[in-house]
Design a protein around this ligand. Sequence first.
Ligand SMILES: Cc1cc2nc3c(=O)[nH]c(=O)nc-3n(C[C@H](O)[C@H](O)[C@H](O)COP(=O)(O)OP(=O)(O)OC[C@H]3O[C@@H](n4cnc5c(N)ncnc54)[C@H](O)[C@@H]3O)c2cc1C
Length: 473
Amino acid sequence: MVSEAGTEREAMMAGDFIVEQIRTPVRYTCDTVVCGGGTAGFVAALAAARNGAKTVMVERLGYVGGTLVNGAGPLHSFYNLYKAFPDAKKQQVVQGIPQEMIERMMAAGGSPGHLEQEKGGSYDSVITIVDWELFKDVAFTMLEEAGVTVLLHTMIVGVLKDGDQLTGIVTEGKSGREAIRAGVVIDATGDADVAAFAGADYEKRQDTTSVGMPFGMNDVDMTRLVEYLKKNNLITQLIEGDKGSETDHVIRLGFQLNQVPEFTEFMNKEGMWGPLGFSLHENSFTYINSANLINVDTTNSEEYSAAEITLRHQIMQLAAMLKKYIPGFEKSYVSWTPASIGIRLTRIITCEHDMSLEEIVNGRRFKDEVYLYGFHDCAPRITIKEGGCYGVPYRALLPVKLQGLLLAGRCITSTWEAHMSTRNTVSCMAQGQAAGTAAALCIREGCLPKALDVMKLRTTLISQGVYLGQEDK
Ligand SMILES: Cc1cc2nc3c(=O)[nH]c(=O)nc-3n(C[C@H](O)[C@H](O)[C@H](O)COP(=O)(O)OP(=O)(O)OC[C@H]3O[C@@H](n4cnc5c(N)ncnc54)[C@H](O)[C@@H]3O)c2cc1C
C-alpha cells in the first residue's frame, strides 16, 4: 500500500483532482532509511551504518546539517547550566557522535570547540560554534567513511505501508519518482513528513513559536561595534577569545538593539529580538539572529512562501539600518542567508512518551533513557533543577499506532515549554544517535523498534561514547 499526503489531498478537498496510475521503480532495498539529513538525521545515519545497517539517507537539499547549518547559531548545549548554580559541577552531558563531530571540526579548523560564556552564562554556560561550510564537508566525509548511501536533492513524498507498519518511502528527484524499501524507517525531516504521510497522530502548534531568518554580514568592524555596545550598556551575551585575528576577538555577541531609538519602532512592530549572534572569522558577523514572524504554518506551501518573502525583506531592511546607524557596520554587506527560513515547530507526533516541562525542570531520569540533556532555551527563567540534567526515554522516539518507524529531531515533545528544551541542536543530534543505533539493533535482532530490548540499546550507546550518567552511579 502506498500512502501520500499533500497537494493531491488539498486539490481533492477543493473538489478538483486528477487520478494518476503510475508504476514506481524501487531504487534501493536497505536495512534503514533515514529521512532528512539534517541535525538529527545525519547523526542517525552515521549511528545506523556504524552499527552494521545498510543505510540510505535521503535529503531534499544539496548538503547535510539541516537547520544546524541554516539558521541555528551556537549549538545548545553539550553542558549543564553550571554557571547559574553555585553548587553545580560542570558536566559535559552530551558526548558520543555529536562530540566526535566537534572534534573532527576542530581538527579541520572549523570550530573553536566548547566555549564558556563570560556574560550570559546563566542562559547557556558553554556554547559551541561550527563553521557551516566546513561542517558540510566534514559531515560528508564521516558519512562516506561509515558507508552511508547519501541521496541528495530528493524529496520524500510518500510512504510504503503494510498494515500499520512502514516498509519504506516514496521519493521524487531528478531521476523521477522512486521507492526505497527499508526494514526500519527513521523520520528526521523536522516537520515529521514521513510520520504524517503514514497517518500518525500529531498536533501543530505554530501559534506559539516563530519562524526566523538568521543571516550574516561581512566587513563588520567587530571591535568598534563591541566598544559602542559596551559604552551604551547594550550587551547581553559575550565571549571574547582567539579566532586567529590580531585585532578582532569577538566570538559570541548578543545585544539589545531595540534600545537604540532608530530601531525601537521597527523591531517592536516586526516582533524582532536581540540580535543574538556569533563571529567565527575576522570582521565577519557570521550569524545575526533577530528576524522573526509568528503564526506561520510551514507545512502549507503558500504560508511557507509568504513567510520566506516577508523575512527576506525584513533582514535586508535590518542590514541597511545597521549599516546606517550602528558604528562598525559602515562598510558591511550581507554575506549569507539560509536556504530557507528557520522553522522551530510544526507537527509534533504523538509518541509513547511525551516529555513534560515538569519532568525536564525536575531533572527526571528514566530506566529506558537513551540520552541526557541539560539546556533549556528559556533559561534563566526556566532551568533544570540545581543545574543538572534530565533523561529522555527511548519511548519518546516511538510514535503510537505505527510500527517500523523511529522519530528524531524537533518533531517530538508536545508542549511549547518542554519543546523549548528538546528541540535544540545538541538534543536533536543525541536523539539521532539513539534512533540510528536502535534501528541497526532491530535489524540485527530481527525485531521492530517497539520490541527492541532497551537495555541492549543503552549498553550499545554507552559502549559508543554516549553519556548516560555512568559516573553518577
Ligand atoms: C531561527 C532558528 C534559530 C535557532 N537557534 C538555535 C540555536 O542557537 N541553538 C540551538 O541549539 N538550536 C537552535 N535552533 C533549534 C534547532 O536548530 C532545531 O530545532 C534543530 O536543528 C532541528 O533539527 P531537526 O533534525 O529536527 O531538523 P532539521 O535540522 O531542520 O533537519 C530536517 C532535514 O530534513 C530535510 N527534509 C525536510 N523535509 C523533507 C522531505 N520531505 N524530503 C527530504 N528531506 C526533507 C530538511 O531539508 C533538513 O535537512 C534554532 C532554530 C531556528 C529555526
